[in-house]
Design a protein around this ligand. Structure first.
Ligand code: PLP
Length: 366
């Protein structure tokens, strides 16, 4: 099966073998060694000397970690949204009582740092800015470095959803001054779902001192104290940690710059491939993501039918649209364990499936 959704992503056989290992005492030396190894690997991948904490949760749990550990009910927050996941980050903050001002951009567009600058200028009481690095629902990568520059200038806390970018697209936590940064194991990390990784800067820990939102399972301070002993506060997804040890070895052997370059090449193959079929990309080309490509469904093509045909007869699984884009777009995931050949194979399958559904721009001889 060519699993080309933007997570969960395929896992290498070596990772699957590690995930199948027998259990160990999660308070014993073997697990402590594994946790220390993956902690260091995550710090390298995040390009940070900050603490990177590991939670047994999906990416959404990681977003909740970011909010509840740095904010108090009533805190004014600017939530920058360019799609579904930006909306979700805002909803979590609102759920816990933050006073959320939303700054939204149209699907396919990136956030404009100048608009963020203006919003922060107008509302000096804002305490934190929430932003999505890579909006998986639209296939857009925000100019995070520029956004961070603006947020730093205004001296606000910057909470970043890097769930579908970290490990695949450059994301420099220390160099860009990102305070809390979240990723999830089932994305570019080549391991199954189950873990969220969250980095905390010294500024974020300072915010934590006075943050009053309720938290128990997702308490970052408890996670940090446990990590110092080579443990987690609660029983962790031990198998995913074992898998991550192996996946990090593989990614480090490839080298982070090479991993990013491979994702950039895969993104090019996806974008060029669909455009050669006469299809239109949702993303503003200047900000098109190298981990996921969102494509407008052509006139007269039913997205569910297309995806069903691809899955059942071409062994190719593509993502659908989310929220208001349901039925209007489909998405090709190209992150984690992925090569240009995998993406090209998905494009070839797409060409054939579209032809069968009567789409005319497809060269039928392919
Ligand atoms: N944020 C982004 C950008 C995502 O792509 C996802 C998952 O697709 C999430 C948050 C939520 O992660 P999860 O589904 O693991 O809770």
């Amino acid at each position: 099966m060519n699993l080309r959704i933007p997570g969960p992503t395929p896992c290498p056989p070596e990772v699957l073998a590690a995930v199948a290992r027998e259990m160990v005492d999660h308070r014993g030396p073997e697990f402590a060694a594994a946790l220390r190894r993956v902690s260091q690997g995550l710090k390298d991948a995040f390009h940070t000397s900050n603490d990177v904490l590991i939670f047994t949760a999906s990416g959404t749990g990681g977003l909740e970690v970011a909010i509840v550990n740095t904010l108090s009910p009533g805190d004014p927050v600017l939530a920058v949204s360019i799609g579904n996941f930006g909306d979700r980050f805002a909803s979590i903050a609102r759920t816990y009582g933050a006073d959320v001002t939303k700054l939204s951009f149209a699907p396919g567009q990136a956030a404009d740092p100048a608009a963020i600058d203006e919003a922060l200028g107008k509302n000096p009481a804002i305490k934190a800015v929430l932003v999505t690095h890579n909006e998986t629902s639209t296939g857009v990568t925000n100019p995070l470095r520029e956004i961070a520059e603006v947020v730093r200038r205004h001296d606000k806390l910057l909470l970043v959803d890097a769930v579908s970018s970290m490990s695949s697209i450059p994301c420099e936590v220390d160099a860009w001054g990102l305070d809390v940064v979240v990723s999830g194991s089932q994305k570019g990390w080549m391991v199954p779902p189950g873990l969220a990784f969250v980095s905390f800067s010294p500024r974020a820990w300072q915010a934590n001192e006075t943050a009053k939102m309720p938290r128990f399972y997702l308490d970052a301070r408890r996670a940090r104290e446990s990590l110092e002993k080579g443990q987690t506060p609660w029983t962790p997804a031990v198998s995913i940690v074992f898998g991550l040890e192996v996946a990090l070895d593989m990614l480090e052997r490839e080298g982070w710059e090479n991993v990013y370059a491979r994702h950039a090449r895969c993104g090019d193959v996806a974008r060029q491939g669909v455009q050669q079929l006469g299809l239109k990309l949702l993303a503003d080309p200047r900000y098109a993501s190298n981990t996921v490509t969102a494509v407008w469904a052509p006139e007269g093509i039913n997205v569910s039918e297309l995806r069903k045909l691809l899955r059942e007869e071409y062994g190719t699984v593509l993502g659908g649209g989310q929220g208001e884009l349901t039925g209007k777009i489909f998405r090709i995931g190209h992150l984690g364990l992925v090569s240009e050949a995998d993406v090209q194979a998905a494009v070839d399958a797409l060409a054939q499936a579209l032809a069968r559904l009567g789409y005319e721009r497809v060269p039928v001889t392919r």
